[in-house]
Design a protein around this ligand. Structure first.
Ligand SMILES: *[C@@H]1O[C@H](CO)[C@@H](O)[C@H](O)[C@H]1NC(C)=O
Ligand SMILES: *[C@@H]1O[C@H](CO)[C@@H](O)[C@H](O)[C@H]1NC(C)=O
Ligand SMILES: *[C@@H]1O[C@H](CO)[C@@H](O)[C@H](O)[C@H]1NC(C)=O
Ligand SMILES: *[C@@H]1O[C@H](CO)[C@@H](O)[C@H](O)[C@H]1NC(C)=O
Ligand SMILES: *[C@@H]1O[C@H](CO)[C@@H](O)[C@H](O)[C@H]1NC(C)=O
Ligand SMILES: *[C@@H]1O[C@H](CO)[C@@H](O)[C@H](O)[C@H]1NC(C)=O
Ligand SMILES: *[C@@H]1O[C@H](CO)[C@@H](O)[C@H](O)[C@H]1NC(C)=O
Ligand SMILES: *[C@@H]1O[C@H](CO)[C@@H](O)[C@H](O)[C@H]1NC(C)=O
Ligand SMILES: *[C@@H]1O[C@H](CO)[C@@H](O)[C@H](O)[C@H]1NC(C)=O
Ligand SMILES: *[C@@H]1O[C@H](CO)[C@@H](O)[C@H](O)[C@H]1NC(C)=O
Length: 386
């Protein structure tokens, strides 16, 4: 038997009532936007931030972003039953989200980023089944990420960064097949990266930066064939980078800074021809940099500092003509610095400090005139201040 849904269809009068309830909850309006503009003597469809549908019967979008407003969201907002887009980014709305917002079943875009909302991310979010974009970043949300998010199959972007979310990442949220961008950075999430990550085959952007995640990277990460941005810096990940990383042919940015990764750079990574930024610094990587590094012809930034890399710098590195930042400091590199380094015309910063390069290989000023040699700069700073 089909279930009966009782839907309250609002009209312009109920929508006006809901917006006036919101206006009444605004305790500070520094630019007098609502105070002067949201006047009952004019149609709500002419109010700043309000967009009505064709025929001016219903409010379909509300955008009060960047207005410096202070206040709370009244439950009446849940009566805006035709609302498709609600955006109140960069204000100082506080309190918790009223559960009447679960009635906004047409909502596709919910953007509450950079406010002062607190409490848990409500489970009822999972009832907004048409949602495409969910941005709750930069608030004070606590607790765990609700598994009900996995019920929103239309989701394309989830941004929960800069909150205080904790607990482990539930496997079920990785069952959102259409998700393209997921940002959970700068929270307090812990536990491993679930192997169910592999089901998000549309994922292009994943950031888990600055959490307390641990364990090794599941080899299933190689199934995310659309992935172009992978940010895992500032966690406690360990173990080797799985060779399946090489299956990510769209990868442009791989940032693993400040974890406990070890072992050699997997050979397969040098198949990722789109790679522009490779940040492996502050880990426990060992082994040498193979000559295949020269395959990464799109590379603009290479950060290997604070590891245990050894051996010589292969001259093939200088096939990476786009290189702008090359940081190899604090490793165990030996041998000569190849003079071809001077051929990297786009290089702006080079740091080779704290290695054991042969004395004969001291770079001549003519080779490096076009970029900042951090070693020299530091020496100069030291002599200036002494
Ligand atoms: C709008 O809806 C309310 C509540 O359902 C109703 O009382 C009112 O008559 C309606 N107004 C118009 C203009 O349709
Ligand atoms: C409110 O602002 C809109 C857009 O700037 C403008 O068209 C409208 O006339 C204003 N209404 C009042 C009452 O100030
Ligand atoms: C809301 O307004 C801001 C500032 O005017 C704008 O940058 C942003 O794109 C708008 N958001 C939506 C969803 O329309
Ligand atoms: C709208 O929502 C509020 C609070 O949720 C409620 O009190 C009110 O009766 C609702 N209906 C109308 C038509 O405004
Ligand atoms: C939005 O808020 C954040 C955090 O307060 C701030 O860093 C950022 O500059 C703001 N953006 C704009 C465009 O005001
Ligand atoms: C979701 O966000 C993307 C970009 O971040 C934008 O192109 C798209 O229009 C948004 N979707 C909706 C329904 O607003
Ligand atoms: C997803 O939706 C179904 C059907 O409404 C419900 O039974 C289930 O509990 C929901 N799952 C979660 C994790 O909320
Ligand atoms: C992992 O994904 C599979 C396939 O979607 C699903 O059947 C399974 O329940 C998921 N595991 C968890 C723990 O959510
Ligand atoms: C999430 O929001 C932060 C802060 O505005 C932004 O820097 C980041 O790019 C966003 N992530 C995504 C995936 O859009
Ligand atoms: C993924 O990578 C592994 C290890 O490099 C390889 O054996 C496998 O064939 C790759 N799978 C696909 C689909 O390319």
């Amino acid at each position: 038997m089909a279930s009966l849904a009782i839907v309250t269809v609002s009209n312009i009068t109920t929508d006006q009532y809901a917006l006036l309830a919101l206006k009444a909850q605004i305790s500070y309006d520094p630019r007098n936007v609502l105070t002067s503009n949201w006047s009952v003597s004019s149609s709500i469809c002419s109010w700043v931030g309000v967009t009505c549908g064709s025929g001016h019967q219903q409010v379909i979008a509300l955008n009060l972003s960047y207005m410096g407003l202070v206040g709370t969201i009244p439950p009446h907002i849940g009566n805006l039953s035709s609302l498709v887009s609600l955006s109140i980014e960069n204000n100082s709305f506080h309190g918790s989200l009223p559960n009447k917002l679960a009635c906004l079943y047409q909502l596709q875009h919910l953007s509450l980023g950079f406010n002062k909302f607190g409490g848990e991310i409500p489970t009822w979010i999972g009832l907004l089944t048409k949602l495409q974009n969910l941005s709750l970043h930069g608030n004070n949300f606590r607790g765990t990420i609700p598994s009900s998010l996995s019920n929103i199959s239309s989701l394309q972007t989830i941004n929960l960064s800069y909150n205080q979310l904790s607990g482990s990442i539930s496997s079920s949220i990785f069952n959102i097949y259409n998700l393209k961008r997921m940002d959970l950075s700068d929270n307090m999430l812990s536990g491993p990266m679930p192997s169910n990550i592999s089901y998000m085959s549309s994922l292009q952007y994943l950031s888990l930066t600055n959490n307390y995640l641990s364990g090794s990277l599941p080899s299933e990460i190689g199934n995310l064939i659309m992935l172009s941005d992978l940010y895992l810096s500032g966690n406690n990940f360990e173990g080797r980078i799985p060779p399946e990383i090489g299956n990510l042919t769209m990868l442009t940015k791989l940032c693993l800074y400040s974890n406990n990764f070890e072992g050699t750079i997997p050979f397969t990574l040098f198949k990722s021809k789109q790679l522009q930024i490779l940040l492996l610094a502050d880990n426990k990587f060992t082994g040498s940099v193979p000559s295949e590094i020269g395959n990464l012809i799109m590379l603009t930034e290479l950060y290997l500092f604070d590891n245990k890399f050894e051996g010589t710098i292969p001259s093939t590195l200088f096939k990476c003509k786009q290189l702008q930042y090359l940081f190899l400091s604090s490793n165990k590199f030996t041998g000569e610095v190849p003079p071809e380094i001077g051929n990297l015309t786009k290089l702006t910063e080079l740091n080779l400090q704290n290695n054991t390069f042969g004395g004969k290989s001291k770079l001549r000023y003519e080779d490096v005139r076009d970029f900042v040699l951090i070693e020299e700069v530091h020496r100069k700073d030291a002599s200036e201040t002494s």
